[in-house]
Design a protein. Structure first.
Lengths: 337, 337
DNA sequence: CACCGAGTATGAATCGTTTCAACTCGTGGG
DNA sequence: CCCACGAGTTGAAACGATTCATACTCGGTG
């Protein structure tokens, strides 16, 4: 509770508080001898700058807020990692908030981040937050959407073309001879889910004799995937799809577990049902049946988002811009032979 | 850039700043009529409290710092999730820092968190941080170790008995008839790794005719595991261990990938090599061969750590205490028939 | 010898909130 | 009719770092 302040340092070093501040923030304005003495005083007293005071004066903090849909999804931890690394380059820290696909939590995090006067917010939105982000901006806090484009281009965004990804996945299934395809995903309020589905529908429409069944799940989790997989396995063989495109890898792995773990009925992946996931998380390749998946440059998304945020905060007049990466199909055994 | 302050709110509501503050922090001290007017003014002006100013006055912030060894390891994201949830109950936010098994980053995060005057630090230490944490405490910032016990009981900790876990894993391997066991893990500066190894050694010592080989890896990652697995697979069959205990599930999954993916040599898990991991992450059960693992109550660790931190900050005189959970073996196919 | 300017150092003002002692005012008891 | 009391309200002080106009110091120049 010593609570040594800059004033204590000043008096011990025999200089004024302004000088101490200069030593720390504008070393060029200070003579070597004085700097030396001040540094000695700082270490002697174990002085640690109070960031709250600094930021009160500065008007903004040294942190970036990041809100993700699911902090347990490796895709988002990779994204966060990318953001964190890039932020560190600018001496910033990332505060990670997990909305868990819950509008209340999402909103709470926005509140907290605004009270903290974060440098900016990176958000993978769940609810309809455009209005909220608009008022945020009016009050001086920028936001960049991650993993999703701003529908009306009012905010910068870094995303991946999910429609293309969906087409890629289902196009591949069709090319390998599948005809009764199921899309497993949800909730559809998540735009990414919706767009992957749209991509799937486009691929189906472009082929002939191919059907697409939509199986909605309540969340993009392994558990939800397992339930969906069990439901599929419980059907008579003739009613089952011969291929499944899951909205992300967690769901895909849940489905895979359900299909492969039931001892009695023998459903083989990929023989009976081919399976494609989305995100290409590290664990996908280590799955029971190594999972084909649509790869997104997760860390790069986080890095780019931070870059854009830094540009925008240094020049607030900048027009919002949308960076869109292209996804890439990774074929493994779950759709192979 | 409106930067509406509490003063603006006060003048618009026709009251003093003290009253506005009371409306927000001590509603009981304020008449209903005035509270009403103040709330109206707040919404009219879109006032958002400046947390920096609040915390400057209060002397501490509303955040908790958490430093983990590897933010990509599901064990730690689960732990973080537990901490985050519990913190939210007290209106706090968790700042997540990833040391990535790097002393410099770890130290930087400690610096940043101290400047931010966080409520407390939860840390899964990598380097030798006791001295550092000691000075932190002297200056008023408490720390709680997570996933590791404080050797000299100077800090509270929430951990799991890693020696017991190691014994559990290797005991199980021995009980199922394995005799040439390998422990794959590292770096040994990570105490958890060291203790799991110790547990393994104890189990081996308690049996007869069982050997334990130590294979060191540079990090607890899938990649490191894969290299180790490849090295094992490259040996002549007679030189290979008949069981492997991996220091965590990431390493185990890497090993599994290496053993199962090489087309030529046919090594079967568990027939030729049984495999046990550690942490029982969600993905372990979905692995190529569902992975036996030692389960830790990850989220509970995070929750408990926050609880302890809250207790200690509200009563700084409290003696440090160590909560130790017991691990649990989960048997799946990788060590089964 | 007075004056200049570059190079340094000073310290009061400032950021926005919370706290707290002091004040106001209406009410009920004596 | 006065006083004491309590509930409600006020406004200035404090938190600690940064900024910036001001002041000081010296060596050099006209």
């Amino acid at each position: 509770m010593a609570a040594t302040s800059i004033r204590d340092v000043a008096s011990r070093a025999g200089v004024s508080v302004g000088t101490v501040s200069n030593v720390m923030n504008h070393p060029d304005k200070v003579s070597a001898a004085v700097a030396e003495r001040v540094h000695a005083a700082i270490t002697d007293l174990g002085f640690v700058r109070n960031d709250a005071a600094r930021q009160l004066r500065a008007g903004h903090s040294r942190t970036i807020g990041l809100i993700v849909l699911d902090s347990r999804n490796p895709f988002f931890t990779d994204l966060a990692r990318g953001a964190e690394d890039r932020a560190a380059d600018s001496g910033l820290v990332v505060m990670l908030g997990n909305s868990g696909e819950d509008v209340a939590r999402e909103s709470t995090y926005l509140d907290v981040f605004e009270e903290q006067r974060v440098r900016g917010v990176l958000i993978s939105p769940f609810g309809d937050v455009t209005a909220r982000l608009e008022t945020l901006r009016q009050r001086g806090t920028r936001a960049v959407l991650v993993d999703r484009q701003s529908e009306d281009a009012r905010f910068s965004s870094v995303s991946v073309d999910d429609v293309a990804g969906g087409s890629l996945a289902v196009g591949h299934l069709i090319a390998t001879g599948r005809r009764r395809i199921a899309f497993v995903g949800g909730p559809f309020e998540i735009r990414q889910v919706w767009e992957r589905r749209r991509g799937a529908e486009m691929a189906v429409a472009a082929a002939s004799g191919v059907s697409l069944e939509i199986i909605e799940v309540p969340a993009l989790t392994v558990l939800a995937g397992r339930s969906a997989g069990e439901a599929i396995a419980a059907r008579p063989a003739a009613d089952r799809p011969d291929a499944v495109f899951a909205a992300n890898d967690l769901v895909a792995m849940g489905i895979l577990q359900a299909l492969t773990m039931r001892g009695s009925t023998d459903i083989s992946v990929p023989r009976d049902i081919a399976l494609v996931g989305y995100d290409d998380i590290d664990f996908a390749r280590a799955a029971v049946v190594p999972l084909s998946s649509v790869r997104q440059p997760s860390a790069l998304i986080g890095q780019t988002a931070v870059d854009i945020l830094m540009e925008e905060t240094s020049d607030p007049a900048l027009e919002p811009r949308a960076v869109v990466f292209q996804p890439e199909l990774v074929v493994r055994e779950s759709t192979g032979t």
